[in-house]
Design a protein around this ligand. Structure first.
Ligand SMILES: O=C(O)CCC(=O)C(=O)O
Ligand SMILES: [Fe+2]
Length: 654
């Protein structure tokens, strides 16, 4: 069993090397320092990582666990102190209503300082000075993506503590569901008789409870259990508020409504009355930061700005035009400049558009269709874009029916989709099923084995079609496949204005304002070709559509129907989305392909291996296309992201 994760973050390794310079070896740090105060959790973590690389598994487990529990204690301490200091400095606030208005700002500052002092003193009673220092953003990232559990999984495996290893693997996987190695490891732990079912527990579950309650509420609604739904929604709101407060408590002072500040306005009037209009404008700007919709301030701002018109210095300090400030917050006198700048920007973008819309993916639509009965319904021209196609006749009606049936049965025996949530909209239920999961269900006798195999075979056909139609010099691998259904939740459709799947690009993060698409996590940067094969049309809504990079201009629409395949390159030339499914259930097989072998779908291969071990030949061996490999150079030469080298915390796109 190959368990060792080869995804140890490179930068952690280098940080840890750096850190060795500062840490004196072997001083036996515990979660508490000799003074009984909490030790710095980042230092404990580095020690754990060092021990891990030395393969000193006992020490690695000890320090990694201590770093997790110490961080936890630190967060709790901060929370406790935050609560204890809620009323500190209140006497300063009460004075503000009566005292000289011009000192309002100083009074507030004083109050904030008293509170900050209180928290600092309180935390300092339990935490060592070193642990009071902020940790680096890399360490925050490590804990945020649950990477300590990645190390712990291997560590416990090496220590032959399989239950703990399974628990660490599960905890890590919840935050990193696209991590293929961990997915494989979990499958292996599941097959180990000595690993108990209860071991697959999320150790960080406490922070995720609002999501669990949310799922329960959605489930209660979809089964029309209204009493339970109401109860769960209430719980969900309360838990979410609790989590939000918790989060705030960790990073800021108590969220308080600032005392009413009519006096503050005096500062403005006084300055204005004294002829200091520029000063008045400055003060107003500060006020508007806190009260952006205060009509008096906005009116005064406009008045003073008009008076100052022509005074370039004063104008320069006006709000910078941007694409996100709501227009009504910008004073009228500045709106003209703002609009002009905005238009200029759009003009620039328009000009840039022609240059940008070249697809440099290395795929060229228009190759032959090597499957009998499949026809091209729409090509680039019909779809108004580049590297897009709609093919029909990929499945027969009976094949669609079998896949629909598989989706229904598999979904009713347990949600095949790991994340369990409705990821894109609360108005729809989302279910997914992978080939491996279908195989497992068939082994348990819950679905027909022939249907699980058909799911696999259909993927092979789609790959042949995509590989042939979108010509390239590179070899193509499956990256991820799932059978996915979106069902309208009855009673949740009234007044709905959202999409079933918001407009997105499959392999980069699209920024519509600038039309840039960032090929970086959490996007699935390795995806090169996307395909969606539809299974039915007996639902309302659910149209697939392509847009321009602005995500608003729809350039083509595709109505799903049995055996219809929409295929396209996964990059920025093909932003797309799905309109709301307002009635019924819409099912499709979604597939992504990659030219990068390390990103191939290991789960699919595992399913194939299991079938093969059973003596059932399901697919041919992966043929290496020597002609393509020889000509390739694209995948070797092209600079690719190195994300696979590290745990990124990305989620599978749904
Ligand atoms: O279901 C569809 O039509 C498209 C889904 C999609 O774009 C995606 O899953 O990335
Ligand atoms: Fe997509």
């Amino acid at each position: 069993m190959v368990l060792h994760s080869n995804t140890v973050p490179v930068y952690v390794a280098s940080l840890f090397i750096l850190n060795c310079v500062f840490i004196t070896a072997g001083s036996g740090l515990s979660s508490e320092s000799s003074s009984g105060l909490l030790a710095p959790h980042d230092e404990l973590y580095y020690r754990g990582v060092r021990a891990y690389f030395r393969e000193d598994w006992e020490r690695a487990a000890e320090f990694l666990e201590k770093s997790i529990s110490t961080r936890d204690m630190l967060l709790r301490t901060r929370r406790k102190c935050h609560d204890e200091c809620l009323t500190a400095g209140d006497d300063k606030v009460s004075k503000l209503d009566t005292e000289d208005a011009t000192l309002w700002d100083l009074g507030i500052l004083d109050w904030i300082q008293v509170q900050a002092e209180c928290v600092r003193f309180c935390v300092g009673r339990s935490v060592s000075p070193a642990a009071l220092l902020p940790v680096s953003s890399d360490i925050e990232y490590e804990f945020g993506t649950r990477n300590p559990y990645n190390y712990l999984q291997v560590t416990y495996y090496r220590l032959d503590k399989m239950d703990k290893a399974a628990s660490a693997a599960h905890t890590f996987f919840v935050a990193n569901p696209s991590h293929l190695e961990m997915r494989n490891n979990i499958e292996k732990y599941r097959r180990m008789i000595r690993v108990k079912d209860e071991s697959f527990q999320d150790r960080e579950r406490e922070q995720e409870q609002h999501w669990e309650i949310y799922d329960a509420a959605v489930l209660a609604e979809s089964s029309s259990d209204w009493v339970k739904a109401v109860k769960k929604w209430k719980e969900c709101v309360n838990e979410t508020i609790k989590q939000t407060e918790e989060c705030r408590a960790q990073c800021e002072m108590a969220p308080r409504v600032l005392p009413e500040e009519p006096e503050n306005a005096h500062g403005v009037y006084e300055r204005a009355a004294a002829g200091d209009l520029k000063g008045a404008v400055k003060t107003l700007r500060s006020l508007l930061l806190f009260y952006p919709t205060d009509s008096d301030s906005l009116n005064n701002m406009e008045l003073y700005s008009q008076t100052l018109e022509g005074d370039t210095e004063a104008q320069e300090t006006g709000p910078m035009p941007d694409l996100w400030t709501p227009e009504d917050v910008v004073p009228e006198s500045l709106r003209e400049t703002w609009r002009a700048e905005k238009e200029q920007l759009h003009e620039k973008l328009k000009q840039g558009q022609k240059v940008e819309e070249v697809d440099d993916s290395g795929f060229y639509a228009g190759g032959p269709i090597p499957v009998v009965g499949v026809t091209i319904t729409m090509d680039d021209q019909g779809l108004n874009g580049t590297n897009r196609a709609v093919l029909d006749g990929v499945l027969s009606q009976s094949e669609c029916d079998r896949m629909m049936q598989l989706a229904t049965v598999a979904a009713s025996v347990g949600d095949g989709y790991r994340g369990r949530r409705s990821p894109h909209t609360p108005h729809e239920k989302f279910e997914g099923l992978t080939v491996l999961r279908a195989l497992k269900l068939s082994q348990d006798g819950l679905v027909k084995q022939s249907d699980a195999k058909l799911l696999h075979e259909i993927g092979e056909t789609v790959k042949v079609l995509m590989d042939s139609y979108f010509r390239s010099h590179s070899h193509l691998y499956f990256a991820y496949t799932h059978l996915v259904c979106r069902s309208a939740i009855p009673g949740q459709q009234e007044g709905r204005s959202d999409l079933s799947h918001p407009v997105h690009v499959d392999n980069c993060i699209l920024e519509p304002e600038t039309r840039q698409c960032w090929r970086e996590a959490p996007a699935f940067t390795h995806r090169d070709l996307s395909a969606v094969l539809y299974l039915n049309d007996n639902f309302e809504g659910g149209d697939f559509f392509f847009t321009d990079r602005d995500t608003k201009t729809v350039t083509a629409k595709v109505k799903p129907s049995c055996g219809r395949l929409v295929g396209f390159t996964s990059g920025p030339v093909n932003p797309h989305g799905v309109t709301a499914v307002t009635k019924g259930r819409r099912c499709a097989l979604a597939l992504w392909f990659t030219t990068e072998k390390p990103h191939r779908d290991m789960e699919r291969e595992e399913a194939e291996a299991l079938w093969a071990a059973d003596g059932q030949i399901v697919v041919k061996e992966e043929k290496v296309d020597t002609e393509k490999s020889a000509r390739s150079g694209r995948s070797q030469g092209k600079e690719r992201s190195k994300e696979r080298e590290r745990v990124t915390g990305r989620r599978d796109e749904l």
